[in-house]
Write a protein that binds this ligand. Sequence first.
Ligand SMILES: *Cc1c(COP(=O)(O)O)cnc(C)c1O
Length: 336
Amino acid sequence: MHLARFARRRYTPFVTPLEPLPRLSAALAGPELWIKRDDMLGLAAGGNKTRKLEFLVADALAQGADTLITVGAVQSNHCRLTLAAARREGLQCQLVLEERVPGSYREDGSGNNLLYRLLGAERIEVVPAGTDLGAEMQRLADELAEHGRRAYVIPGGGSNALGALGYVACADELLAQTFDMGLRLDRVVVASGSGGTHAGLLAGLHAAHADLPVIGVSVRAERAAQEARILALADEVLAHAGAEVGIPAEAVVVDDTQVGPGYSLPTRAMVEAIALFAKFEGILLDPVYTGKTAAGLIALARSGRFAAGERVLFLHTGGSPALYAYQDVVLPDPRE
Ligand SMILES: *Cc1c(COP(=O)(O)O)cnc(C)c1O
């Protein structure tokens, strides 16, 4: 499998740090925890979408696009980073925002909403949950075409076979780092949403025969549906990258115990996980993705799921700007 065949823009001039979490490990008295800091990736405030956009934006440029169009939830890290990549490349950017929680979009909102305005989206369309998002993006692209412009449409989360190559590249980067450091990892825990991160990582590890199991913590879908989605996408990624074989179904493991009342809706375990990472390691998580993923990691550690001395990597996918839109959720109520 050869990533060098694909055009790629570079938005991070270094490999992201791979570090131990000694204080949190001691506090949990469980496995030896490590973290890979993909929250430190390049573009405005970093996060996992930066890796996917390196391949997607390179393709957009190769096709002569002048505008990126994409879609996300109201507080979308993916929309923020697509916008940042557009600015970086001198492109325009239009966003379709799906109001998964009715009434949740506020034009003057904080967090990523504020950054959309600061980075200067050319157009923001807010649509209700259940809208055909692909059709909505195509409608914007057609309107631009009428004016002689050329749009490049990026699917939600940048999670198609091309975008997921970003996490094949991450798997390669991680394996090179562990080899350099003489570090043996036993397991990876990562967020599983639109799936490009989880599927790309699995594809990359599988292609490298890494024998490093991955647990994807779902932030939205229930287990069977998410496992099916990840398996299909991982196979698509491998086929796209020219690998001979797909991945075995049993390599796809999704934990759906942290979704709570639904996507982006707070849980107590998420609030606790954000507090533990901040207080023990000085690391910021986010309420929608990494807070729930870390809650999954902590619950597994407490339940004795990991063997003694196991080294477990938490892949930090970013998202901390959303913290500022959830102030009343992530700070404990002083009356409690
Ligand atoms: C999008 C996102 C995820 C989930 O990644 P997918 O590839 O969509 O599964 C995880 N963490 C953060 C911070 C994100 O923005």
